[in-house]
Write a protein of this length. Structure first.
Length: 267
């Protein structure tokens, strides 16, 4: 299916790792121009090489801390000078885990800075460029934990629930301008949080942290959150849904929260 993304101007916040990287790579393979916002220069440089190799029409690396308003504003100013418009904005940045009793006030504030306010700043800075384009889409990546709670994710979940609420409001606020806004809520996805951070934990149980079936086995044993498909997802499977919602092919879906979780007990 041709998503109509060839030559479009797109931006992915958090586009050097995990789901964000998969989204950026999918956009590049569709022939889009891709701007990647992230903090680490090494990750940005690696992403540029990969996205060009995949066929991106143009790539822009924007070293940006989304918790810093000035950096966000400068990033979209640079993007505007380069392209003059923006068709697609995808926000994938989020905070890390932590149990309630472990979290200080500063940890809670940081969670909302990353999980909610980063996207708010990006959307606000990007709106003039989105309005300048002939068509525009915003996709914010939330989490299935906003519907299926986890004791290790209270601040993360709260920030992502707030993001889903902001997205719903934006969808209504911007509908009259033809700017579609949607949320995607991934379930358990095999990213570096498993393959790197938990490799030793998995190995101690005789499991492979990079295997989606082993990851879901661990999730079901520890958190009792199974998936109907019996495995965890892969970043590219989330990216496929994000990129459809971000494309011209999506002409009538807005204000939705789409679960990409392998099947669960909620709608």
């Amino acid at each position: 299916m041709d998503l109509g993304l060839s030559g479009s101007a797109t931006a992915v916040a958090g586009g050097t790792k995990g789901i964000g990287r998969a989204v950026a790579e999918t956009l590049a393979a569709e022939g889009a121009r891709v701007a990647v916002l992230a903090r680490g220069r090494a990750g940005l440089d690696d992403a540029v090489r990969r996205l060009l190799a995949l066929g991106a029409a143009d790539v822009l690396a924007l070293a940006t801390d989304v918790t810093d308003l000035g950096q966000v504003q400068r990033a979209f100013e640079d993007l505007g000078q380069r392209w003059g418009e923006l068709n697609v904005l995808v926000n994938t940045v989020g905070p890390g885990p932590g149990r309630f009793e472990q979290l200080s006030d500063e940890d809670w504030i940081r969670a909302f800075e990353l999980g909610t306010m980063g996207a708010v700043r990006n959307v606000r800075a990007a709106l003039p460029l989105l309005r300048a384009a002939s068509w525009a889409r915003i996709v914010n990546v939330s989490a299935h934990s906003i519907q299926r709670q986890s004791p290790i994710l209270p601040a993360y979940t709260a920030s992502k629930a707030a993001l889903a609420s902001v997205s719903k409001n934006l969808a209504r606020s911007l509908a009259g301008e033809g700017i579609l806004v949607n949320t995607v809520s991934p379930g358990t996805i095999v990213t570096a949080s498993f393959t790197e951070s938990l490799a030793d934990v998995f190995a101690a149980r005789g499991l492979d942290a990079s295997d989606p079936y082993d990851v879901m086995t661990w999730i079901e044993e520890v958190f009792h959150h199974p998936a109907d498909l019996g495995r965890a997802g892969m970043p590219e499977e989330v990216a496929a849904v994000v990129c459809f919602l971000a494309s011209r092919r999506n002409g009538y879906t807005t204000g939705a929260n789409v679960n990409v979780d392998g099947g669960s007990d909620f709608v």
